[in-house]
Design a protein around this ligand. Structure first.
Ligand code: ADP
Ligand code: MG
Ligand code: ZN
Length: 607
């Protein structure tokens, strides 16, 4: 039992004690039961007061001298609590006595039967519920009385999956690798009779929204087998035994339904390296993980159950999960390239009415780095926009707006920019565009906008590569840096002072320069060597500093980065200085129109 559980136990016991004491005091508050005769004697002597007279019962408080009177009557010493209770008799004298002795009294209607019942039953029920609640938390599910694992497990079983590989695009390699699994699920005997080793588990690894869940479903859909899924994060319960019980449930269900697919989403939630997490709940997660490993080991793959898991953080997984006989296959589901994006867009626009001018190729080119989920989102957004405007088909303009929305949050055309700020942004963006038009002819400037969007970006200049790029030469990287500087240079030249607007540009420029020096060996002074290394599978994960860089080298690196940046800055400056008129023309148009693209932009930039 870990700290948290112990704390909870103490809190619960404390709470129950308090409640118990309260009721005890309420129901057993000391009252002396006296006979009606005794009561009458006391009343005659004026030794009672504050009576409450009900139909069958009288209660009230003793007054001084009552103890002595009762002592005489009972012939033995009595120790009296402050209150008494007696059964009421039919007695015509009664009220007269009270009046004579000036005893204060009050007549009350009898508490009804229901009130009595409720005043007893409700607290008892509450107590029982409370205990049940605690039991649910602490009784191990093996107890058999309350199967917590079963009752609370968020295990989803889908029998008829309609998703197939036709619904997935842009991840062809992953699809190829998964096809074999389908064969196996469909014709297990074909594999087993040959003595072929059957995969037990497949780990899908990729950034969020690339279609991992979709792929797992498609495998089930293609093979026509049930799909049993659970999310790793739902395993992680605060209370002991629950997670492990769910794992057992999961495998028990799967065994009954074989052939089938078990899908564990977000497996990193349970599958972290053991013994490393600083947070609480660790122990429980480790139980769950251990149980998962045990179940996987004990599972006979011939039964036709394939376990597919998904994660976007493979680097934190416990290596034990990746050992043979467990998730021994890792399938990378990467971000789609431009062709893949086009194919994904085609899938999602299948059931849409598209206007003539919609070109999915252009949309795909406009969305580098986006994943399937983003693209699905864009299509949906575009359809909504078109519907809102009452159009009969979705037009390119709707897609453009949808992309902008998805890229930078909702368009905020109403956001106020002072004319001065707007002018500054126009110069800044025009500066980027001019430098780009000169230095990076292969990546045409597609669009320049000074409409503020979201919080961070005030405007943007968008360049589109003619084809997907995987390699850049040193020259091209230097050009990229110069383009990033273009905005700041233009501001500096025309406003004589610089603003904070270029922060992100500088950051990106610095990162490129750093990579050139430290990762790509492009510095002549330092020569062809790297100073950082990548830690994990994904290219977009950050670099990690190599541990040993001498102080001298560190200084050299800094110098080289600064030198590279200065070179590019001067380049951008000379380009813009030579094209002041062109820039002014562009700025003027931008201030008018806010967004420039297509022919019009090409006319201004490239003529
Ligand atoms: P992940 O599990 O990798 O986070 P999902 O499979 O949940 O991503 O993807 C979410 C949605 O995005 C899918 O339901 C689908 O509509 C869309 N999507 C994602 N990737 C693709 C893809 N490769 N092809 C088609 N649609 C995709
Ligand atoms: Mg998913
Ligand atoms: Zn900029």
């Amino acid at each position: 039992m870990n700290q948290w559980n112990r704390f909870l136990l103490v809190a619960v016991i404390f709470g129950i004690t308090i409640i118990g004491l309260y009721f005890l005091q309420y129901y057993l508050s000391p009252v002396e039961r006296i006979s009606y005769y005794e009561f009458k004697v006391l009343a005659k002597k004026g030794q009672v007061e504050n009576l409450i007279i009900k139909k069958n019962e009288i209660t009230g408080a003793f007054r001084e001298g009552a103890a002595e009177t009762l002592h005489q009557l009972r012939k033995k010493p009595v120790k009296l609590p402050p209150y008494f209770k007696t059964i009421k008799a039919e007695d015509p004298e009664f009220i007269k006595i009270l009046e004579e002795r000036e005893i204060n009294f009050e007549v009350r209607a009898e508490a009804t039967f229901w009130i009595t019942v409720l005043s007893w039953v409700v607290p008892i029920l509450l107590l029982i519920l409370f205990w049940l609640f605690i039991f649910k938390r602490f009784v191990s599910p093996e107890g058999g009385i309350m199967s917590v694992g079963k009752s609370k497990a968020k295990i989803y079983v889908e029998n008829e999956i309609k998703v197939t590989f036709a619904d997935v695009a842009g991840v062809d390699e992953a699809v190829e690798e998964l096809k074999e699994i389908i064969e196996f699920l469909k014709y297990p005997q074909k594999f087993t009779s040959l003595g072929a080793k059957i995969p037990k588990g497949v780990l899908l690894v990729g950034p969020p929204g690339t279609g991992k869940t979709l792929l797992a479903k498609a495998v089930a859909g293609e093979a026509g087998v049930p799909f049993i899924s659970i999310s790793g994060s739902s395993f992680v319960e605060m209370f002991v035994g629950v997670g492990a019980a769910r794992v057992r449930d999961l495998f028990a269900q799967a065994e009954k339904m074989a052939p089938c697919i078990i899908f564990i989403d977000e497996i990193d939630a349970v599958g972290r390296v053991r013994g490393l997490s600083p947070a609480g709940g660790t122990e429980e997660r480790e139980h769950t993980l251990t149980q998962l490993l045990t179940e996987m080991d004990g599972f006979d793959p011939k039964k036709g159950v394939i376990i597919i898991a998904a994660t976007n953080r493979p680097e934190i997984l416990d290596p034990a999960l990746l050992r043979p006989g467990r998730f021994d296959r890792v399938v990378v589901v990467d971000r789609p390239d431009v062709k893949g994006r086009e194919a994904i867009l085609r899938i999602h626009t299948r059931n849409l009415k598209l206007a003539e001018d919609v070109d999915l190729k252009v949309i795909a080119a406009r969305t580098p780095g986006m994943v399937g989920a983003d693209l699905a989102n864009i299509v949906n957004e575009a359809a909504l926009l078109a519907a809102r405007k009452g159009k009969r088909a979705v037009e390119m303009e709707d897609f453009e707006e949808a992309i902008d929305r998805v890229i930078a949050g909702l368009a905020k055309k109403s956001r106020y920019l002072s004319p001065e700020e707007k002018k500054r942004i126009a110069y800044h963006e025009a500066g980027h565009a001019i430098v780009a038009s000169v230095l990076t002819p292969k990546e045409k400037v597609h669009r320049v906008s000074i409409i503020p969007r979201g919080i961070a970006a005030l405007g943007y200049t968008l360049q589109l590569p003619e084809e997907e790029r995987y390699l850049y030469t040193k020259e091209e990287l230097l050009a990229k840096i110069a383009v990033l500087f273009g905005g700041r240079v233009a501001e500096e030249l025309f406003f004589k002072e610089i603003s904070t607007g270029a922060q992100n540009d500088l950051e990106r420029a610095t990162e490129i320069a750093r990579a050139m020096v430290m990762d790509y060996g492009m510095s002549e002074v330092l020569g062809p060597q790297t100073f950082r290394k990548r830690e994990a599978l994904f290219l977009d994960l950050p670099f990690k500093e190599r541990e040993l860089i001498s102080e001298k080298t560190a200084i050299l690196i800094d110098e080289e980065i600064a030198k590279t940046l200065k070179l590019c800055y001067d380049k951008a400056k000379s380009i813009i200085e030579e094209r002041k008129e062109k820039l002014e023309a562009l700025v003027e148009k931008l201030l008018q129109r806010e967004v420039l693209e297509g022919e019009e932009l090409a006319e201004l930039l490239y003529k």
